[in-house]
Write a protein that binds this ligand. Structure first.
Ligand code: SF4
Ligand code: SF4
Length: 300
């Protein structure tokens, strides 16, 4: 057995079912994601047909989640030098998921990129397809030993940031994925677009179904935006960058709907006037900000 396979089984301890799940997930990444989307569609259609939408099993959405990340918070994760480990008791205000709720990044200077399974599932995927970034040695080693068919390769911190920025210029958001099968913790940061990303497509599917609107596979970053009306010339350039309907032009004026904002920061980066600024969303979820996490680890 390969060393990285043994390490993965050690990670799950006595939960052999989860270890096997973890193994199959990455070995058949694209097939797994395709099957997950199909299963979601079948469940939604069946429950809707029988008028039982409110009984759609939420477990589908409780075991695989994402946290939207601002560009600044992605940069901090990719700049980590030391292992970070935080359990559910301390992370509840950042990642409020029932089953996937830990921040465990072992030896995070190790980074790898590979093809995104959601994009592989598309006939005409958004480019570049190499979008998923693994953070931490055990996962990176596993990808390099098992996922060559998905073009897994080791990357430097600089290259990781350059991949992130290339995607963001195209309007792709960053999400950190948390999954039961990967030990309930994060380890993968992806560059997601609503056309290809299965978590965004599954959530959009729920949003169209009466009674299932609140079910989502991702949560906000913890930030919102502040508009400087002195600087804004109402050009509307920021609107197409918002995938969540939080920005719209109405009667020649920019309108911001904070309740729809996921704090992805794309609008801030794409305002030619510098009229938008990212701000902490008071009373909401906290950001996955590694400075804050390190502060908790130091007992602040
Ligand atoms: S308003 Fe801006 S920060 Fe909020 S979701 Fe839309 S693009 Fe992202
Ligand atoms: S891109 Fe900037 S200047 Fe243009 S409408 Fe949006 S906030 Fe205003």
């Amino acid at each position: 057995m390969k060393e990285s396979t043994k390490e993965m089984f050690r990670l799950h301890g006595w939960r052999l079912d989860r270890a096997l799940h973890n193994y199959l997930y990455f070995i058949f990444y694209d097939v797994y994601v395709r099957a997950a989307l199909l299963l979601t569609k079948v469940v939604v259609v069946l429950f809707s047909r029988f008028g039982a939408t409110k009984h759609i099993p939420k477990f589908i959405f409780e075991r695989y989640h994402a946290k939207v990340l601002s560009r600044g918070d992605v940069g901090k994760i990719l700049s980590l030098e030391e292992t970070v480990m935080l359990g559910p008791d301390t992370t509840g205000r950042i990642i409020p998921f029932r089953h996937a709720n830990k921040i465990v990044l072992r030896e995070p200077t190790h980074l790898a990129v590979m093809d995104c399974p959601c994009k592989l599932e598309m006939d005409d995927p958004c480019q570049p397809v190499a979008s998923c970034i693994a953070v931490g040695k055990p996962l990176v080693d596993f990808w390099l030993e098992h996922c060559r068919k998905y073009h897994a390769r080791r990357i430097s911190r600089e290259e990781a940031l350059s991949i992130i920025d290339e995607h963001r210029r195209k309007g792709h958001i960053n999400q950190a994925f948390f999954k039961v099968a990967t030990g309930g913790s994060m380890g993968v940061i992806c560059n997601c677009c609503p056309r290809c990303c299965v978590s965004m497509r599954a959530t959009a599917l729920m949003g169209r179904i009466k009674g299932a609107e609140g079910i989502s596979q991702y949560v906000p970053s913890g930030y919102g935006v502040r508009l400087d009306t002195e600087k804004c010339d109402m050009c509307g350039d920021c609107v197409p960058y918002c995938h969540f309907g939080a920005l719209e032009m109405a009667n020649g004026e920019l309108r911001y709907h904070p309740e729809r904002c996921y704090g992805c920061e794309l609008c801030v980066e794409n305002c030619p006037q510098g009229a938008l600024a990212l701000v902490l969303q008071e009373g909401g979820l906290l950001p996955l900000d590694m400075d804050r996490v390190k502060g908790w680890l130091q007992g602040d």
